[in-house]
Design a protein around this ligand. Structure first.
Ligand SMILES: [Mn+2]
Length: 345
């Protein structure tokens, strides 16, 4: 069952540009546990608004992940305390308001929400909603807004949006890699930054701790369900052994999907504060977001996440069981000849 998007008028980039022009005092927020698309969208939009003479802050509750710090030039990710007298909360790349970091600290401010997102499961929580599940990344939507504002992107801003596209498409490998997104990427590269340099900083500057932890995690890789499901885990003990922090395992979910024949990849990470964070990956055709929802999570059809309160073993048993049921349903549906899931891209 797909959760229906609130029945409101969903704005186009052009109308979003008008909202931005008509207001001042923007706090640009995103989901907790920032990623390339969330910080890229936040920093680029904040920079453009400031160049238009607006007051704007890119605000986060969690620190900027080390691999994206090079994007902080004229604009940095700030704490909610930096904000004064905001008019609009611009929320980027978050499917629901509960995922937004820093909002709790700003709850005394009476500001309207402008919701810019590309998750099909977006709950439409804004006064204005610009939701486009066809967009490969939220950075793509920010790109269209900037076009409508008639502003030329600087190479610094272009690099931020490029990182959003690069990371949300898994370096232009995932099913959301459209020709439209590649045309935007080409236009961004034309602004002057080095695409090779950006890719090196994002993918080839891992910490030693992260690389050691990957070695430990890969040794736990196993397949289930006739090789259709691959599972891997990172225990607290392994993190300790590698002296790794939680962000050191950020790129790991990808490795659950590299084996031929695997339809669904699952990574289980024991959290410091208890519980197990589960990352689900699939190719188009198997909608893992449905599984994440069963456990109170969400995401995209091919990339989703949830948190299981139990032990590592229980989390594996519960989530793998749910994925097996999903695969069985798919086989039955294919048998009936009605093809693929409507929720998939
Ligand atoms: Mn995104």
């Amino acid at each position: 069952m797909t959760c229906p998007v609130k029945a409101v008028t969903v704005l186009e980039a052009k109308e979003v540009a008008r909202v931005l022009e008509d207001h001042d005092g923007f706090v640009i927020l995103s989901h907790r546990e920032p990623d390339g698309d969330s910080v890229g969208s936040q920093l680029a939009l904040c920079s453009v608004l400031r160049r238009l003479g607006k007051r704007a802050w890119a605000v986060g509750e969690d620190p900027m992940p080390a691999i994206y710090r090079f994007l902080e030039g004229s604009v940095r990710l700030e704490l909610p305390s930096a904000v004064s007298d905001p008019q609009v909360f611009v929320v980027v790349d978050a499917s629901n308001i509960g995922r937004v970091g820093g909002l709790e600290a700003l709850k005394s401010c009476a500001a309207d929400i402008l919701n810019i997102d590309h998750h099909g499961s977006n709950t439409g929580f804004g006064r204005w909603d610009y939701v486009d599940p066809e967009a490969s990344a939220c950075s793509e939507q920010v790109y269209w807004i900037v076009q409508e504002l008639g502003v030329d992107l600087t190479d610094e801003e272009a690099a931020c949006l490029y990182v959003g596209l690069l990371t949300d498409t898994g370096a232009f490998r995932f099913p959301n890699t459209t020709s439209r997104c590649m045309k935007i990427a080409a236009d961004l590269v034309d602004r002057g930054f080095s695409a090779a340099e950006v890719a090196r900083k994002v993918f080839w500057e891992k910490t030693l701790e992260s690389t050691r932890l990957l070695g430990l995690a890969l040794s736990t890789l196993e397949v289930r369900c006739n090789g259709q499901i691959a599972i891997m885990h990172v225990s607290r003990e392994m993190s300790r052994e590698a002296r790794a922090t939680s962000s050191d395992s950020d790129g790991f979910p990808l490795y659950t999907k590299v084996i031929a024949g695997v339809k669904v990849g699952l990574l289980f990470r024991e959290q410091d504060d208890g519980g197990v964070r589960v990352s689900l990956r699939s190719d188009s055709g198997v909608n893992v977001e449905k599984v994440a929802r069963v456990f109170g999570g969400g995401g995209h059809p091919t990339s989703a996440g949830c948190v299981s309160p139990g032990t590592l073993e229980n989390a594996k048993k519960d989530v793998v069981g749910e994925v097996e049921r999903l695969l069985e349903r798919e086989v039955r549906q294919l048998g009936k000849g009605n093809g693929r899931d409507s929720g998939s891209r």
